[in-house]
Ligand binder design. Sequence first.
Ligand SMILES: [Zn+2]
Length: 335
Amino acid sequence: MKTNRIGNSVSFPALRLRRLRRTAAIRDLVQETRLSVKDLIAPIFVQDGIKRPRAIESMPEIYRLPTESLIDEIQSLFDLGLRSVLLFGVPLRKDDSASSAFDDTGVIQRAISLVRKHFGNKIVIATDVCLCQYTVHGHCGIVSKSGHVDNDSSIKTLAKVAASHASAGADIVAPSAMMDGQVQEIRAVLDSRGFSDVAIMAYSAKHASPLYAPFRDAAHSTPEFGDRRSYQMPFSNSKEAMREIEADINEGADIVMIKPAIPYLDIIHQARNATNVPVCAYSVSGEYSMIKAAAMEGWIDEDSVVTEFLTSIKRAGAGMIVTYHAKKMAELLNR
Ligand SMILES: [Zn+2]
């Protein structure tokens, strides 16, 4: 044993991790995790019955768009190198059976057709498949007479929604209702309707999180009664998250998703190690708005924090990230 310059006993040669941190060029050479614009998926809200983009108060710089603005917005993302979007519909009409969610002339179906027609296969169109924006009560499934969210009628409706998105031209349908068996039901209906090429990105481990609050403001999907804890996952459980992920893979999910992202890096890491299926992380509205709010107060540097957060999500094991910072991050990566 030798003694190093600061007096500690060390085995020779002395560990000098700082050698590889000395200059920016060296740090760049040894950088282990690199974000790419191709990793990012931009969520987009499309609202029926409006003529101009509507600001979302709790999500600065994010808008609900009319279908008329959709092509320009996606073109601006495309010009930055972004290639994937996740579309959410905000309909005019809500009812108990979420019928506007599977209406072939609904807002989301029109949006999908429009984007497909304009961009061909140059853009990956993923669509959120859920009922909460389309039901009067704002729950993600069909509510029975006894007042609980009924699993088996909900998955039948979700499969109809997925098929209508596929028919309009979606590449990927993303069921987010956290109903048991939803992936299997959707896969079966897509295959039976001739959409065996359409992939399923399952919101597998979607946690019941207060971080969704700004999204509910954006998508008009706040539940009228109760909350979503009887179907979304408790944030305290990681083994249960892995069971959800395993179940979705067994049911035919092509991509599994963990949501939210930053408080769930351990789950992303476990999912990455436990499976060879692509892993997506959804960095949610609350994660976005917290950074925005603090940056607007001048308390943090937005660019650096966004870069650190998104890089950390990738380092944890996510191969793709749904993020409201997609445009900002693409600008930073292009600099
Ligand atoms: Zn929902």
